[in-house]
Design a protein. Structure first.
Length: 271
């Protein structure tokens, strides 16, 4: 089997994998969630880089010629170094892609006022990656960022639909909209956040568009595979989905369905 590798610090990447599977079902997918060490969002550059590299190396050993970091924090803090410094030594023929670049390429198409709000983990916000990348494609867009450090723990602990989540959701939505009254588009720049979409929507004025990344990243993957037959032809197409977690498999399975929308049977791996 030569699968597409999909990685996240935990469950969040399953929201992206769900869309890959819906739109590109023929491929084999191998998912790795580093649940044993999540969340990544509050960790240093060095730690996120080290953890992400270990996960990438493991996925490469499992024969993945193409790996998608379905995690904004890892894309922000580790991807560039892995692409530029590590892959050329490990194997110049493999590819590791992130979720920030494809999102920033198209985000300008969604705003009429040219004012966008980014909701993300502290790590993604601190990295400045969204500001830097959006600026390249859309220099006229004003970007506000808001770190929402409690949102991943709420989702990971299955509290995202609870009344208790209202406080943390409302707080950050109000905060970012107060920073800039012209914002008409908010991006969920963390792959865990789509589970909070319904709740976020309750606290949003109706004129604001709430964007999540799964469809955007899937369109980008389709385009990538089309443009890179040297990778696409290597991939096996037996419609299989395999899941690994660095934490307990039973815990992963009981929680993963909420993110993936289908039952999941995972295996534990020690990296
Ligand atoms: N799902 C990851 C992201 O997209 C972050 C979760 C975490 O903090 O580990 O940023």
């Amino acid at each position: 089997m030569i699968p597409i590798g999909v990685f996240d610090s935990g469950y969040g990447g399953l929201t992206v994998l769900k869309e890959f599977v819906a739109q590109l079902p023929q491929y084999d997918y191998l998912y790795l969630g580093d649940n044993g060490r999540s969340p990544y969002g509050t960790r240093s550059f060095d730690t996120v880089y080290r953890y992400t590299l270990e996960c990438v190396q493991w996925l490469l050993k499992q024969n993945c010629p193409l790996i998608i970091l379905a995690c904004n924090t890892a894309s922000a803090k580790a991807l560039r170094t892995i692409q530029q410094n590590d892959l050329p030594h490990i194997d110049p023929n493999v590819r590791v892609l992130g979720v920030i670049r494809p999102t920033t390429e198209v985000i300008g198409q969604h705003t009429k006022t040219n004012n966008i709000g980014i909701l993300a983990t502290s790590g993604t916000v601190q990295s400045g990656s969204y500001k830097i990348e959006i600026e390249k494609f859309y220099p006229n867009i004003t970007i506000e960022q808001e770190a929402c450090p409690m949102w991943v723990p709420l989702v990971e602990n299955n509290e995202h639909l609870s009344n208790g989540a209202d406080y943390f959701v409302q707080k950050h939505i109000n905060h970012i909209l107060e920073k800039n009254k012209e914002i008409d588009t908010l991006l969920l720049a963390c792959t865990h956040y789509p589970l909070l979409k319904q709740k976020i929507q309750q606290f949003l004025p109706p004129h604001i568009t709430l964007l999540s990344q799964a469809e955007i990243v899937t369109d980008s993957l389709k385009d990538y595979l089309h443009r890179h037959p040297e990778i696409e032809t290597k991939l096996t197409k037996d419609y299989s989905r395999t899941f690994y977690t660095t934490d307990a498999a039973e815990d992963f399975d009981s929680h993963a369905t909420t993110f993936f929308g289908q039952p999941v049977q995972s295996k534990h791996v020690d990296l």
